[in-house]
Design a protein around this ligand. Structure first.
Ligand code: ADP
Ligand code: UDP
Length: 238
């Protein structure tokens, strides 16, 4: 890593070039942020856990027909991924109402959403990632209708696979955020990460949060909860 050039430093990950064209090294950070960076903290162990959880999930999704950017798990919070041209969209899928949906629509937290609901947010930190509809996305040229259909279909397919997977782990998949990118030859691929930083996971029995809401709501150390998510996934997936 020491010889690799860092080409991006984000809120949760650093990205480095590698010797191989089209291959990036992603290094997960311990930094936790909420409210678009308004609340910020270093949490020892978070990067390693989030990369390990992402690796489990992306490997499972790839085995079930979802194209992903993951090339190689390097462990210790690091992985090699395919370099993509990213769609500037945060693709949120919800199975139960929580977070911004509860505030926006005034519905009760935990209300079930049958079949899952896909929403799009425009990735622009300076605008606080605003909610956008399809017409907005085409106007912004963030994706074209064919690309958005693929993104929507892949997101719903991921949702069905992960509802079942987390159910086996005794967790309710409340909502999550995905990001997609495109390869040089136009294939649309799942990118970024899937971790308790970008998903809400509630224990099926107690409905307790096992995700970043613990940090957002100042409810203590997230690490034992993220570790438990990984342990349960290892139990289910091996
Ligand atoms: P942010 O940019 O929101 O602060 P991160 O710290 O997680 O988030 O940074 C990771 C960045 O890398 C994100 O901007 C994400 O869109 C981008 N990214 C994820 N996967 C890929 C990929 N395969 N190729 C290129 N960029 C990627
Ligand atoms: N999410 C994310 N990054 C964002 C915004 C949301 O990963 O910038 C995830 C969040 O963790 C949750 C889902 O997307 O699992 C839905 O988030 P919501 O729109 O409810 O926003 P929040 O109130 O969590 O900011």
């Amino acid at each position: 890593m020491a010889n690799n050039k860092r080409i991006y430093s984000g809120k949760a990950k650093d990205i480095y070039e590698t010797d191989q064209a089209g291959v990036l090294l992603m290094v997960y950070k311990n930094q936790a942020t909420a409210g678009n960076g308004a609340k910020k903290e270093e949490i020892a162990g978070k990067g390693v856990l989030n990369q390990a959880i992402t690796n489990k999930i992306f490997t499972y999704l790839a085995q079930n027909g979802i194209p992903t950017h993951l090339i190689k798990d390097l462990g210790q919070g690091q992985e090699l991924v395919k370099q993509l041209t990213m769609f500037p969209l945060e693709v949120v899928c919800r199975n139960y109402a929580a977070g911004s949906l509860v505030k926006r629509l005034g519905v009760e937290k935990g209300s079930p959403i049958k079949g899952g609901m896909v929403e799009y947010f425009y990735k622009r930190d300076d605008l606080n990632d605003p909610f956008v509809n399809e017409a907005n996305i085409y106007f912004l040229e963030a994706a074209n209708p064919e690309q958005l259909k693929v993104i929507n279909d892949l997101t719903l397919a991921v949702n069905q696979l992960l509802i079942q997977l987390f159910h086996k782990a005794g967790l309710r998949l409340v909502d999550f955020k995905l990001e997609f990118g495109e390869t040089a030859d136009g294939e649309i691929v799942l990118a970024d990460e899937f971790s308790p930083d970008n998903a809400r996971l509630w224990d099926e029995k107690t409905l307790a949060s096992f995700d970043k809401d613990i940090f957002r709501n100042d409810q203590g150390n997230i690490i034992p909860f993220y570790q438990e998510v990984l342990n349960r996934l290892v139990e289910v997936l091996g």
